[in-house]
Design a protein around this ligand. Sequence first.
Ligand code: F6P
Length: 341
Amino acid sequence: MRIGVLTGGGDCPGLNAVIRAVVRKGIDGYGHAIVGFRDGWRGPLENAYEDLTIESTRGILPRGGTILGTSRTNPFKREDGPERVRESMETLHLDGLIAIGGEDTLGAANRLHGEHGVNVIGVPKTIDNDIGATDVTFGFDTALQVATEAIDRLHTTAESHHRVMVVEVMGRHAGWIAVHSGIAGGADVILIPERPVDIDEVCAELNRRHATKNFSIVVVSEGCELPGAEDKGEVDQFGHKLLAKRGVGEQLGAEIEGRTGFETRVTVLGHVQRGGSPTASDRILATRFGLKAADLVEEGKFGQMAALRGADVVAVSLEEATAQLKTVPDEWYDVARAFFG
Ligand code: F6P
């Protein structure tokens, strides 16, 4: 068999571990040839690819980012997009394509399979941890470690200066990073996109805390919207609203300082959370996903995605995985809320 592989959407730590596992199992285990497309869906659209070998993928396990490059290209934004993907696979004599990505890349994979009969297998990645049908995505653990370490560091400077520290973390539609890093870092208030922001309530929590303590940590997901925030209506190729240049952290920090009088500083962690070497846990999960994806291609189980359920890596349908985003349920927020104020 000949198998294509691509990485699409925002990069995340662990992508290279998946590529390495696909190559190792595909070539050593099954005797297949592996072709890597460049920059997500741009690769098959523009016939940009390279052959992947065991030699060319040695040493990439601990490396962040993706050796294949990535982009937020949507193949359905071009009228001939799906046809070009099919043609590209035919020209390269590919029997299957492994698409490693988040909601957008996998959503496109699902449509290419369902509507255009393309032989696709999915592998879920994202630091946001918001893909349905899998308990967790690789990349999340690494981002969580970065955010938690940042909160720990901000704690000591907050305490010394008697300040409120607002930490903006990633999470466009789901607050997994905020809730988990907030719990791990002992945040005093955590705000996530799943719940409306009530600034009066935030300030009440901070005032309550400052009756006995003179510093606080507030963690906010970048996807939170403050009441009355301006919406310019700009969207990306997949229709996601573009986040404001002056992010929610800055807006929130100004509101808190203005209303409480507590000196406030804002830290936006941004892409630091996506960069660098994956944690051991992410390397292992990504490796298991890559091996599973190679198995699914061999078995001809197209339209499926590797997923973690409990301790097991299983196959789930791309349809199910992309039907709905996995957002933070109330029970998780309640764990965090027990420590507010
Ligand atoms: O892919 C997830 C993510 O990291 C989101 O948390 C964030 O909003 C977005 O990507 C940022 O995308 P970009 O790197 O294109 O600015």
